[in-house]
Ligand binder design. Structure first.
Ligand SMILES: [Zn+2]
Length: 373
């Protein structure tokens, strides 16, 4: 999802983000529960209590989804994959990985961890519902029933074998384990996902024509599932193509570097405008200082650019300095590289090189042409 999420805090050291649309969803759930669900089930409930319970239910749902994603995150970590961020959006959450599971068994454990947490939450609420004495307040009963139901619904929906849903990952891991070829397994899982996507669109359109309110949503989800299947296939294709390819073979060298004491205004004129790259290595007396890109330049107020040395705004991130033997597939997974789009290849006593996302895309096009021939 391209939309920028809002950071709301950290859990177990993992940043938690919320897509702006999620807040709309919480409001919609609060509204529908407060206007219909609670008044239907609780005799004589006032609007304030009904909407209050609606909001509480929506927030409990939010917490359930967060726990589901934490389940994924904890298992990913145990398998050596870091989680960059947990993002809550329209359909639930996404634990964004920096890297990927290396074996079918690890992928299966990762994929199943979230649904396992959701199953546990649904079971706990169902057990509470069963244990509640008949004399307990109707509002409490309705609250517990809703959590049991909604977690069960999340579980069933998530297990549909369609990327980016967990069921798509489970399907891929199972096929991968059986045939031993992750790229073919992904292609098969993606085509199953596409089938589900088209099915959702057809059902959604039919539903809309018949007057069902949710039809348009189902069709949109179907479109999203088809796009996600494509992205999953593409991502893996690139990863496979660059595994075992070293940065030294891809880099442009010698890199055009900016001296650290040059001011930002001069750097814009003499480097960014002249060479039209989006980032340059910055070097001082002791060698590499960091990388400077257009975003870093943009953050310096125009009036201060003539007096600010480039060295002062260079990004000094060890993730962006690699040696020539660096595996490019692994580089592509680095969040810093995805953000900046360039990394410096540095070797003692040799001139600096640079690997850019543009180089990677060009190589990818050449490899695709070669394999299509
Ligand atoms: Zn999940």
């Amino acid at each position: 999802m391209g939309m920028k999420s809002i950071r709301v805090g950290r859990l177990a050291g993992i940043p938690i983000g919320v897509q702006p649309l999620w807040i709309v969803i919480v409001a919609l759930i609060t509204w529908s529960l407060g206007a219909v669900y609670y008044p239907d089930l609780v005799d004589g409930i006032g609007p304030l209590a009904a909407y209050g319970l609606g909001l509480l239910s929506a927030l409990l749902l939010f917490a359930s989804i967060l726990l589901h994603e934490l389940g994924h995150a904890v298992v990913a970590r145990r398998n050596g994959v870091e989680i960059e961020e947990i993002d809550l959006w329209l359909l639930g959450g996404v634990a964004r990985m920096a890297g990927y599971p290396k074996t079918a068994a690890a992928e299966l454990r990762f994929a199943i961890a979230g649904p396992a947490v959701t199953l546990l939450i649904a079971a706990i609420f169902a057990a509470i519902a069963a244990a509640l004495p008949s004399s307990s307040p109707a509002a409490l009963r309705a609250l517990v029933d809703y959590q049991a139901f909604v977690n069960l619904a999340i579980l069933v929906f998530n297990l549909l074998p369609a990327f980016p849903l967990d069921g798509g990952r489970v399907a891929r891991a199972l096929i991968w384990g059986r045939i031993g070829d992750v790229e073919r397994a992904t292609a098969i899982a993606a085509s199953i996902g596409r089938g589900f996507g088209f099915g959702m669109i057809a059902l959604g359109i039919a539903g809309t024509l018949l007057g069902a309110v949710g039809g348009i949503w189902l069709a949109l989800i179907g479109l999203f599932v088809i796009a996600a299947a494509k992205a999953e296939e593409r991502g893996l294709h690139v990863r496979v193509a660059f595994t075992g390819r070293e940065a030294g073979r891809l880099m442009s060298s010698p890199a055009i570097t900016i001296p650290a004491d040059l001011n930002v205004a001069a750097a814009v004129e003499n480097y960014f405008v002249r060479y039209r790259h989006t980032a340059f290595p910055v070097t001082g007396d002791d060698g590499l200082v960091g990388l400077v890109n257009l975003e870093a330049v943009g953050r310096v107020p125009a009036a201060r650019r003539a007096e600010t040395p480039v060295g002062q705004i260079a990004i000094d991130d060890p993730a962006l300095v690699i040696d020539q033997h660096q595996d490019v597939a692994e580089l592509l997974e680095r969040p810093a590289f995805q953000r900046v789009g360039r990394a410096v290849v540095s070797a003692p006593g040799r001139e600096l090189g640079i690997v850019s996302i543009t180089d990677v895309n060009q190589v990818m096009r050449a490899l695709d042409l070669a394999s299509a021939a």
